[in-house]
Design a protein around this ligand. Structure first.
Ligand code: SF4
Ligand code: SF4
Length: 91
């Protein structure tokens, strides 16, 4: 099973509000935008034309890598509300 098949096999319970947020103005000045390639679930996408960050929080695996990697400490990260987020095991 490859990584994409594994990701597709996970279950998610989507909350209506994001547990991840960024200050877009800070992202505009960020050179590397490492969040857009370090995240294993491709949660962050930078739109060059609109200069905005899209955050697909519903796909988050809650690994915490983006929070550690962001060179501007610009990711407000918390766990999803109880009952929401990724489920790694059935039940
Ligand atoms: S690494 Fe941090 S500051 Fe840079 S684009 Fe990503 S969230 Fe924004
Ligand atoms: S916590 Fe992990 S999966 Fe979630 S957005 Fe950050 S890097 Fe991606």
């Amino acid at each position: 099973m490859n990584i994409n098949e594994k990701l597709a096999s996970l279950k998610y319970n989507k909350d209506n509000e994001s547990h991840l947020s960024v200050d877009n103005d800070i992202c505009m000045r960020c050179k590397n935008r490492c969040c857009t390639y370090i995240c294993p679930a491709n949660v962050y996408e930078w739109n060059e034309e609109k200069c905005t960050m899209t955050i697909r929080y519903e796909n988050c695996l809650e690994c915490g890598a983006c929070k550690i990697a962001c060179e501007k400490n610009n990711i407000l990260w918390k766990y999803p509300n109880v009952e929401y987020g990724v489920k790694f095991k059935n039940g």
